[in-house]
Design a protein around this ligand. Structure first.
Ligand code: GLC
Length: 747
């Protein structure tokens, strides 16, 4: 009976069309919801089921009969992934799909500059649009809970306020191109080890105060059109089928009207996924058909098995209509968006954006005796040492891997920048990961069969009589480094780099270490090295951006978006938090597929919140970053001594550039709740401003906060509470470099 009615409705729809009227769903002057409902009303059940799961590795079906196009997704957060075969991860070998590789998102976060986030989103959105992609599978905003997480380089650090502030402009920049962001991986995917089977549990305080805010900002302030549900479990249920996260919080509390897209292979059960809140299923290793059967799209959990339950009358189509409506809305916002621009690819503007963002994100960690910037005038010899001076970093690391149109290496960048009188010699120093490859494509082979001793000796010899030694090392994109699907096995640098750095320091005091990584690393040699730069993974313009900073053409202004601990025991997840999972369960585990519970016992005390609580001294604190100039802060003040919960309060501080060159300073505002009913961190970041100052220039910096900045989440009452009492505003150049404290009271 129902099918006849639907068939009749379809016939009428076609008839109207024949009469020359534009059907509502195609009429862009009509409100979006009217168009969605009109399209839904014209679709058969089969057509609705067809659009809620993948039809290929990165696409889902449209409705050909109605002229509704299919949806094309693409990785990743740092650039547009090369085309792969229809049903494979391997690259298809196209010749028109190279891209601009933008800096990794830890570098973007390190700029603390929301204008850079907007520029980033606009630029990468233009590349996605030009490549006819509808959904960009990024950005990632999972909180940096442990420095061992293989994918931290794709995320925005340890602080929910900073990640929230930086993700919103990125989303708006991308979506202005008619391309959806797909903010990931929602939620609690804070490690790569056993990422499909780790069952995370934690207090609602930690969930709401630390792990959800960046996703909430992405939905409520950024207006992201889609969100990716993560692989892990939460309280015993896979997130891709988890009503609490995907319905109660995402839809009911935040009013999300976009599409929840599963991570690739994150769905495990038809019954659970129907009511679980997922809208679009990708990458499933289909059940009952042996893992990963080719072209098994009709067997996806939300494909034939779902249709079968409907036709047997076991489930109704209420949930199906919701899912299909959400997907239609996404298609109308992207593939069928008549206003979207045409984008651009590999443009000079995009390379310039990549270089500018990198230049603003590189962090000068140490600069004893102002060794930097390098004096490149006159006759000089620079010894460049380290594999990362020549190694491609845009390849590998998992799904964020790219086919960059170009990637300037640090060695190339330094050679290009150095003046005629400067001799640059290179010594590899060690062999780490000699082959850069991904998805079936080997793109760089820098194999070197010499012994470690021989390579160390060569590097030390090169360093002996050089004016400067620039060591470019750190991590890379190989498994168990900064890479998806595996975590690092320790905080230390791999491949014997520590010993090499010590040996270099013995023969030349003018040693600069450039650490290329997306994670904190231990630096046992820190006292022997006068200058250290955090270089991040910074994409196509890496070498130029690093040379810009080392040569002083760019005055570094980045600050750390996460803590560099001295040792792992100084990190909450390791000291208290059960990482990488419950010890007994791990010991008892026989199969890689066993579910491993992990309770986040460190709770809200993540990153500097833990360091403050434990009173440990980090190697480099959250928010730390130096400049080639110096800044002086005046005494901070407030525009009022007390406020009510509906008020705001503004803190002002004068900052002066006391050096001889232009620079940018990031003024940070932390809030301390002097007395609270529930335990709170010593202080929490609640505001920041990046200001550019000419030599001698002074500017007044003001930061305004309201009740949100004073509230904590009471997980007994399930609400945010701004508790009257005494507070302090702490103005800092980092979380530990405090410039002034302003007491105030909440009435
Ligand atoms: C991967 C990643 C996800 C990526 C997706 C498609 O497993 O977890 O970030 O977007 O699959 O490649």
């Amino acid at each position: 009976m129902k099918l006849q009615i639907i068939a009749a409705a379809v016939a009428i729809g076609v008839a109207l069309n024949a009469a020359g009227e534009t059907p509502v769903y195609l009429d862009t002057t009509k409100p979006l919801e009217e168009r969605v409902n009109d399209a839904l009303g014209r679709m058969t059940t089969e057509e609705k089921v067809a659009i809620i799961h993948a039809q290929s590795k990165f696409s889902s079906a449209g409705v050909p009969r109605l002229g509704i196009p299919e949806l094309w997704c693409t990785d990743g957060p740092h650039g547009i992934r090369p085309e792969v075969f229809w049903d494979e991860w391997d690259q298809a070998g196209w010749t028109n799909d190279s891209c601009t590789a933008f800096p990794a998102l830890t570098c973007l976060a390190a700029t603390w500059n929301t204008e850079m986030a907007q520029l980033y989103g606009k630029s990468i959105g233009e590349e996605a649009r030009y490549r006819e992609k509808d959904v960009l599978l990024g950005p990632g905003v999972n909180i940096y809970r442990t420095p061992l997480n293989g994918r931290n380089f794709e995320y925005m650090g340890e602080d929910p306020y900073l990640a929230s502030a930086m993700v919103v402009p990125y989303i708006k920049g991308v979506q202005a191109n008619g391309v959806a962001t797909c903010v990931k991986h929602y939620a609690l995917n804070n490690q790569e080890q056993r990422r499909h089977t780790t069952d995370v549990d934690l207090s609602d305080r930690a969930l709401y105060e630390i792990y959800l805010p960046a996703f909430k900002a992405a939905v409520m302030d950024g207006g992201t059109w889609s969100i990716m549900s993560s692989y892990n479990l939460y309280k015993g249920r896979h997130v891709c089928q988890n009503q609490r996260l995907l319905k109660e919080i995402l839809r009911d509390e935040w009013g999300f009207d976009g599409v929840v897209i599963s991570d690739w292979g994150g769905v495990h059960n038809t019954e659970q996924v129907i009511d679980g809140g997922l809208d679009l299923e990708f990458g499933s290793w289909t059940n009952g058909l042996s893992e990963g059967m080719k072209n098994a799209y009709d067997s996806y959990y939300m494909a034939y098995p779902y249709l079968k339950l409907i036709s047997e009358g076991k489930v109704d189509t209420k949930e199906l209509d919701k899912k299909a409506a959400n997907v239609l809305r996404l298609i109308f916002r992207t593939a069928m968006n008549p206003e979207k621009p045409f984008g651009s690819l590999n443009s000079p503007e995009h390379l310039a954006a990549a270089r500018q963002i990198a230049g603003e994100g590189i962090v000068l960690l140490k600069n004893e005796g102002n060794l930097l910037p390098l004096k490149l005038d006159g006759k000089k010899k620079i010894a460049v040492v380290g594999e990362n001076a020549i190694k491609m970093m845009t390849v590998g690391g998992g799904s964020s891997s790219l086919k960059a149109r170009r990637e300037v290496s640090p060695l190339e960048g330094l050679k290009h920048r150095a003046g005629d009188g400067v001799e640059i010699v290179y010594a590899r120093g060690y062999v780490g990961d000699p082959v850069a490859q991904q998805d079936g494509m080997k793109v760089q082979d820098i194999s070197d069969n010499r012994s470690a001793e021989e390579m160390l000796a060569e590097a030390v010899a090169a360093a002996k009589d050089a004016d400067y030694v620039v060591f470019v090392g750190g991590l890379n994109k190989a498994p168990h480094q900064d890479c998806e699907d595996a975590d690092r096995e320790g905080l230390g640098l791999p491949y014997g780099q520590d010993r090499l750095i010590e040996e270099l320091a013995k023969v030349n005091k003018n040693l600069v270490v450039v650490n290329i990584s997306g994670n904190a690393v231990a630096m046992p040699w820190i006292k022997s090295v006068p200058a250290v730069v955090q270089g991040w993974f910074i994409g196509s313009e890496a070498g130029n951006a690093i040379a810009d900073v080392l040569a002083g053409d760019v005055n570094p202004s980045g600050k750390l978006p996460f803590t560099f601990p001295v040792k792992l025991e100084d990190v909450g997840a390791h000291a208290r938090g059960e990482y990488p999972g419950n010890k007994d369960a791990l010991a008892a585990s026989k199969e890689w597929g066993d579910t491993i519970p992990e309770y986040y016992n460190e709770d809200i005390f993540v990153g500097y919140r833990w360091a403050d609580k434990e009173k440990t001294t980090p190697l480099f604190p959250f928010g730390h970053g130096l400049s080639y100039t110096s800044f002086e802060y005046g005494k901070p003040s407030a525009d009022k001594k007390s406020l009510t919960a509906d008020d705001t309060i503004t803190f002002t501080v004068n900052v002066r550039n006391t050096g001889d060159r232009e620079g940018q300073e990031i003024v940070q505002l932390y809030v301390t709740d002097k007395k609270s009913s529930l335990p709170r961190p010593v202080k929490e970041l609640k505001g920041f401003k990046k200001v550019k100052l000419a030599p001698g220039e002074e500017k007044q910096v003001s930061i305004t906060i309201g009740r949100d900045a004073l509230s904590y989440f009471d997980d007994n009452k399930h609400e945010w509470i701004a508790e009257p009492g005494k507070f302090e505003a702490i103005i800092g150049a980092s979380s530990r470099d405090i410039k002034g404290i302003v007491p105030f009271e909440l009435k």
